[in-house]
Design a protein. Structure first.
Ligand SMILES: [Zn+2]
Length: 418
């Protein structure tokens, strides 16, 4: 996921008030809190272990080691584990299933891949500086995996089994849009009542309060492909059909179409044509970035673009093909998600912490796949607070470890009781 949260700070603060962290806080569950405090050194060790495994989205060997690591840890917690093949790209999905004696079906998700290329550790090694623990991928999303593993250890120690089924899913391709795991996440999520997604939470340099995320944009890629006709640019230009001219026309003709589609935005960001300099351009292509903030907006955008394309051409006999390739679907916490967020705030109050909310971010996350069916309650950003993801010098804030373990374990208990 992407940061860019700074300008949202004010809105988030307002929302925090609106969600009403009012009322007197309950007493903390002392056993869980003590357990979370005692677990902090082990969490730090798990983070170091995972960051030591470089697992960029294209790094098959690293992703295989991450799968072994996480599967081993899930087994040690008592899960039945399985590997699910991705439909595209390297890596494998790791699924752990716990069967309890309650009624609710709960799913926890985080991703094993990072945005970093090989040997990033050589220039950005694991190091601690005060409250910051640095390492590539430590926040996004190894911190999320650590929250899941160590919260489940706390709950296991407490003898908690108040769930019908608890599913843990770690995927290997979130940073490239989850092309090989998104459908699996969506299908499994549909079979659960609640999905908690564990992307990192914004660090304190961005905003205070280790926020949860209430919405993230969906993403898609738009492609315009124009076929023209080649001809000698000097000797017989009138026989040619210039694909580059037609592409330019269609890009301009469609540039504002998304404005009339609620919840959709489109910007053409790349165009290319190649071929001999002395030839009328035979083929040209444009690629655009699509952002979606409402379910169903992609289909409406497709229809609107098609009808605009059908409205006319600049160059007769050219042929323009539009393709929209979906990435992460949009995620918008519904009423149930917001109610759960308010409970998370109350849980933070038990330990004298304030939990804020980020209303919306522009980057896609797997919460979008989890929410695609509209069936489960989905809430995002249960991972550790951190900063620098998708950039340099990524770190987590050590003082977010105890609150996040406490939050995850307490909210699971509450969901189980519902
Ligand atoms: Zn992530």
């Amino acid at each position: 996921m992407q940061p860019s949260l700074r300008r949202l700070t004010h809105a988030a603060a307002v929302l925090a008030l609106a969600l009403g962290a009012a009322g007197s806080a309950r007493a903390a569950d002392q056993q869980l809190l003590d357990g979370a405090r005692a677990a902090q050194p082990a969490v730090i060790q798990s983070l170091k272990d995972m960051v030591s495994i470089e697992s960029g989205s294209a790094n098959a060997a690293g992703l295989a080691r991450m799968a072994s690591f996480t599967e081993g840890r899930l087994k040690a917690l008592g899960a039945t584990t399985e590997r699910i093949a991705v439909t595209r790209g390297p890596g494998t999905i790791v699924k752990g299933t716990f069967t309890g004696n309650g009624r609710r079906r709960i799913m926890l998700i985080a991703h094993m891949d990072t945005v970093y290329g090989p040997d990033t550790l050589a220039t950005q090694p694991i190091r601690q500086d005060g409250n910051r623990l640095y390492g590539p991928g430590i926040a996004d999303d190894k911190g999320g995996i650590a929250v899941i593993l160590h919260s489940l250890a706390l709950l296991k120690a407490a003898g908690w089994q108040d769930y019908a089924r608890l599913t843990v899913l770690f995927n290997p391709d979130e940073e490239v849009g989850s092309p090989g795991s998104g459908d699996t996440i969506a299908t499994l999520a549909e079979q659960h009542d609640v999905v908690l997604s564990c992307e990192p939470s914004a660090g304190s340099v961005v905003m205070k309060g280790q926020p949860l995320l209430l919405a993230s944009a969906g993403v898609a890629t738009a492609t315009l492909d124009v076929k023209g006709r080649a001809a000698h640019a000097g000797a017989a230009p009138e026989l040619g059909r210039n694909a580059l001219y037609e592409l330019s026309y269609q890009m301009l003709q469609t540039r504002d179409v998304a404005r009339d589609v609620p919840g959709a935005a489109l910007i053409w960001t790349r165009a290319s044509a190649s071929g001999p300099l002395n030839q009328v351009t035979e083929q040209a292509e444009a690629v655009g970035d699509v952002r979606l903030t409402r379910p169903g907006a992609l289909e409406k955008l497709q229809a609107a673009l098609q009808s605009k394309l059908a409205a006319g051409k600049l160059i007769p006999d050219t042929e323009t093909t539009l393709t929209l390739t979906p990435g992460h679907p949009p995620y918008v916490a519904d009423q149930r998600g917001r109610a759960l967020a308010a409970r998370a705030q109350a849980i933070y109050q038990e330990i004298d912490r304030e939990l804020t909310m980020v209303p919306q971010t522009g980057g896609g996350t797997d919460a979008g796949y989890a929410a695609r069916s509209g069936k489960p309650t989905v809430l995002e950003s249960f991972g550790l607070a951190g900063f620098g993801y998708h950039a340099r010098d990524e770190y987590i804030e050590i003082d977010s470890i105890v609150p996040r373990l406490y939050l995850m374990s307490r909210i699971l208990q509450e969901i189980g009781r519902d």
